[in-house]
Design a binder for this molecule. Structure first.
Ligand code: UDP
Ligand code: MG
Length: 323
C-alpha cells in the first residue's frame, strides 16, 4: 500500500492545515506531545488534521496513536509495516495530507507546536515555504559541530540554496506539497527537495528545545545515511573533484618526470629521491586516491541501483481514521 492507496483509504478530504508528525518508538513523549498539540490548537485553524506516521515502532506508540485516532476525529494514524526511516515517514504524511498548508514537526517536542501559528501567519502573507532556523541547539558540542560542518559542506557542494541550520520543521503551501509528492525519488532529503521546488521561501528563527522524553531515534548510522543522501542527491561535484584530483596528480607526475629527465641530462646522475620509500609512498598515496574515487562513484551507483529497482519506499500496514 503506497501513496495512492493511502489517498484512496482517506478519500476526499479537505482541511486548512495538516500537521505531519513522524514517530519511531516515541511512547514516552506521546502523551506530552498530544497535550502540547491540543494546547496549541486554539491558535490554529479549526479545520485541521494531525497525521501521526508510526515508522514501525516496536514499543506502545502504535496503541497510543490508535487510541488517539479513535478519540479525536482530527487525528489520523499511518502505521508502516517496519522501520523505513524518518524521511519516508514525512513523505508518507505529506502524501496523506489534504491541507492548504502542511507543517512537518518532530514528535519529540524539539519543534515546539506553539510556533506553528507564526508559520501560518507568514504563509498567509503569501510565502510558500516557511522553514525554521535553529537558533540554539541543545545537543552536545560534538553533535552541534558535526551538524554545522555538514550544512556548510553541503552549501559548498550544491548549486541549490539549502538554508543553513534548518531541518524539516516548517510549513509549506499546497502547491509545494504537490510538487514534493510528485517527486518519485527513493532517496529523499526533504529539506533539500523543499529548497529545490523554489517559489517564495523564508526562514523563521526559533529556539530548538531539548528532546522532551526518551533518547534520539537517529542513530549515527541513520544520521550518516541522511547526510550522504543530502550530498550525493544534491551535488555532482564530488565526481568532478575526483577528476580534478586525477588531473592534478597526473600533472604533477608529468612535471616531475620532466625534472628527472633534465636533471639526468645535465648532471648525468639520477635524482636524490630515487629510493624505495619514495616509491612506496607514491604507490600507497595513489592507491588511496583511487579507492576514494571508487567509493565516491559507488555512492552514486548505489543510489542509481536503488532508484531503478522502483520498490515502494515504504509499506503501509494500517491507517487509523474515523469515517
Ligand atoms: N524518526 C522516525 N524514524 C526513524 C528515526 C526517527 O520516524 O527511523 C522520528 C522520531 O520519532 C522523531 C523524528 O523522527 O519524531 C526526529 O528524530 P529524533 O528526534 O530521534 O532525531 P534527533 O532530533 O535526535 O536528530
Ligand atoms: Mg529530536
Amino acid at each position: 500500500m503506497t501513496a495512492e492507496l493511502i489517498r484512496n483509504t482517506l478519500g476526499d478530504r479537505h482541511c486548512a492545515l495538516s500537521l505531519v508528525i513522524p514517530l519511531y518508538n516515541e511512547e514516552q513523549v506521546f502523551p506530552q506531545l498530544r497535550s502540547r498539540l491540543v494546547d496549541a490548537l486554539p491558535t490554529l485553524p479549526d479545520k485541521i488534521e494531525i497525521i501521526f506516521v508510526n515508522d514501525g515502532s516496536s514499543d506502545r506508540t502504535r496503541e497510543l496513536v490508535e487510541q488517539a485516532a479513535a478519540e479525536d476525529p482530527r487525528i489520523i494514524g499511518i502505521h508502516f509495516s517496519r522501520n523505513f526511516g524518518h524521511q519516508q515517514a514525512v513523505s508518507a504524511g505529506m502524501q496523506a495530507s489534504s491541507g492548504d498548508a502542511v507543517a512537518v514537526l518532530d514528535g519529540d517536542l524539539q519543534d515546539p507546536p506553539e510556533v506553528l501559528a507564526q508559520f501560518l501567519a507568514r504563509l498567509n502573507e503569501g510565502w510558500d515555504v516557511v522553514y525554521a532556523i535553529r537558533e540554539h541547539r541543545k545537543e552536545n558540542i560534538f553533535k552541534r559541530t558535526c551538524y554545522g560542518g555538514f550544512y556548510r559542506l553541503l552549501a559548498m557542494l550544491t548549486p541549490i540554496h539549502i538554508p543553513l541550520d534548518s531541518g524539516d520543521f516548517g510549513m509549506v503551501s499546497r502547491r509545494v506539497v504537490d510538487q514534493l509528492n510528485a517527486m518519485p525519488e527513493q532517496h529523499r532529503f526533504i529539506r533539500g527537495m523543499r529548497s529545490y521546488v523554489g517559489f517564495r521561501q523564508t526562514g523563521l528563527a526559533y529556539e530548538r528545545d531539548a528532546r522532551a522524553e526518551g533518547v534520539s531515534k537517529y542513530s549515527w548510522r541513520k544520521l550518516m545515511g541522511l547526510a550522504a543522501d543530502g550530498i550525493f542527491t544534491f551535488s555532482a561535484l564530488p565526481l568532478r573533484l575526483a577528476s580534478f584530483a586525477g588531473f592534478l596528480i597526473a600533472g604533477l607526475a608529468f612535471l616531475y618526470a620532466i625534472y628527472v629527465i633534465i636533471w639526468k641530462l645535465i648532471s648525468g646522475e639520477g635524482t636524490e629521491i630515487n629510493g624505495f620509500a619514495a616509491l612506496a609512498v607514491g604507490v600507497f598515496f595513489l592507491g588511496g586516491i583511487q579507492l576514494i574515487c571508487l567509493g565516491i562513484l559507488g555512492e552514486y551507483v548505489g543510489r542509481i541501483h536503488n532508484e531503478v529497482k522502483r520498490r515502494p519506499s515504504y509499506v503501509v500496514d494500517e491507517i487509523d481514521v474515523q469515517a
